[in-house]
Write a protein that binds this ligand. Structure first.
Ligand code: SF4
Length: 464
């Protein structure tokens, strides 16, 4: 089982190698990502100014990040004026303590949860459990993952690694309300989960959510979802606690006009989300509304001018649905709440130097992620930047020297010299003896572990 966000342990190559042996996983992923990809492509093609929308989304996000402290202060002041309580958390420990503190101060031992990557990032469920508070996921896919005692493998479709038969078997084992003759039909599975959750919704005194957007000018939080479980959690309990990464801020209410077009099309392949909920401070519904504004590595990410663009992500998941690496290895190989291309650039930055260092290399740099990203995050560029940082800090001397030689060789003058060297040494490089020896040479052994050295055909005329 993959560990939670802060428990990154085994490197990507090890986990990916293991995942690649699982044919059922690859089949499940290929089927699901192909379906979502096609849905997305269809609804995006309907929007004639899609490229202009993407650019607008990018510009708004980058402006928001450039003036983040001012927007956060404005949000805080507006949310508090409207009767809400604002908390600040530097890291996951502080955020978890605040949530648990609110629950315990109100003698609450059970909370219901709206699907939230940010609370997964801080391992909130595990923390609450250790403090005697049960956190029940209410999104269908999150519930499946929770019942299976796993972690999500996709940011939008957390149980994408499971097929319907596997889910039916899980429900039969873990849900007492499941009928004995439960089939694998989506409707029967959803009705079983519904019966299981209904009493929880009605009896829960506290809910925990994340937020898709936080509007600075009005102090408003926004959650978009598809199942209506979020609306139940946001309105029925007495207390609502929302954990929000500080990068979720948008300056103005009108900015939503752009993002509420970009997000549903890029994520679920819908023209709009079935449920879009807004709340500002306290009011109808929960009498206590708290928001926790979370840093947890975001400020250090903001400090890197080449990497900070990753904070513009609106967590749509389009990049992972087109990624050839993700499609084959699945989300658990990334050992992070954020898998796929966005995970490869955000996880190492949030965790900081020396952490998750293999993730920026988990990409072919094909650029498909950049093409579909609704906020135009140049993921390949950031991957290359993070690889360079990692190499500068930790690559063995032999690799550094090889890279310097490559940098020289790929200059115009260097290319000419390289051509001559290759031509002269081709007979040696392609000989059987060298192929065997290369498996023991410092840099060449990594390359030749999975590949044969290609045959070089010498052009005799070029010698004249
Ligand atoms: S990086 Fe772009 S495509 Fe990937 S999840 Fe974020 S917004 Fe979506």
């Amino acid at each position: 089982m993959a560990k939670g966000y802060s428990g990154v342990s085994l490197p990507f190559p090890t986990l990916a190698k293991e995942a690649l042996q699982d044919r059922q996983l690859r089949a499940n992923l290929a089927r699901a990502t192909t379906t979502i990809r096609n849905k997305r492509a269809k609804v995006v093609a309907e929007v004639s100014d899609w490229e202009a929308l993407r650019q607008a989304g990018h510009d708004i996000k980058m402006e928001s990040l450039a003036n983040l402290s001012a927007h956060l202060e404005k949000f805080e002041s507006e949310f508090a004026t409207a009767g809400g309580v604002v908390h600040w958390a530097r890291n996951s420990q502080e955020a978890c303590e605040i949530v648990a503190g609110i629950a315990l101060a109100n003698q609450i031992t059970q909370v219901v949860k709206v699907k939230s990557l940010t609370t997964d990032e801080i391992n909130l469920n595990e923390y609450l459990q250790a403090r005697g508070i049960e956190a029940k996921e209410t999104d269908l896919a999150e519930l499946i993952v929770q019942l299976a005692d796993e972690h999500p493998s996709h940011i939008l479709v957390p149980a994408i690694h499971k097929n319907r038969d596997q889910i039916r078997d899980l429900f039969l084992e873990k849900i007492s309300e499941a009928p004995k003759d439960l089939s694998n039909s989506p409707r029967e599975l959803a009705m079983t989960a519904r019966a299981h959750l209904r009493n929880r919704f009605l009896s829960a005194r506290m809910a925990v959510s994340g937020a898709n957007f936080a509007i600075a000018e009005s102090g408003t939080l926004c959650v978009v979802e598809s199942e209506g479980n979020g609306r139940m959690c946001l309105t029925l309990p007495e207390i609502l606690v929302t954990v929000v990464g500080i990068e979720k801020i948008l300056p103005k209410w009108n900015d939503l006009e752009v993002f509420l077009q970009l997000l549903p099309r890029s994520s679920t392949g819908e023209r709009m989300n079935p449920y879009t909920s807004f709340w500002t401070g306290a009011g109808d519904g929960p009498s206590q509304r708290h928001v926790i504004l979370l840093d947890n590595g975001r400020i250090q990410t903001l400090a890197d001018e080449n990497g900070r663009e990753a904070l513009a992500c609106i967590r749509c998941s389009a990049c992972m649905n087109v990624c050839p690496v993700y499609e084959r290895t699945g989300g658990h190989s990334y050992n992070s709440v954020y898998p796929g291309p966005i995970g490869a650039i955000i996880t190492p930055q949030l965790l900081g130097p020396g952490q998750a260092k293999t993730l920026p290399f988990a990409s072919t740099l094909c650029g498909a992620c950049y093409d579909v990203c609704p906020v135009k995050i140049n993921i390949p560029k950031i991957l290359v930047h993070l690889r360079a940082k990692e190499n500068a800090a930790n690559a063995p001397l032999s690799e550094k020297l090889a890279m310097q030689a490559a940098a020289f060789a790929l200059r115009p003058r260097g290319l000419k010299i390289l051509a001559v060297v290759i031509e002269k040494s081709a007979p040696i490089l392609t000989s059987k003896i060298f192929t065997k020896i290369s498996k023991y040479l410092p840099v060449a052994k990594k390359w030749s572990a999975f590949r044969d050295i290609p045959k070089v055909r010498l052009n005799k005329k070029s010698k004249t």
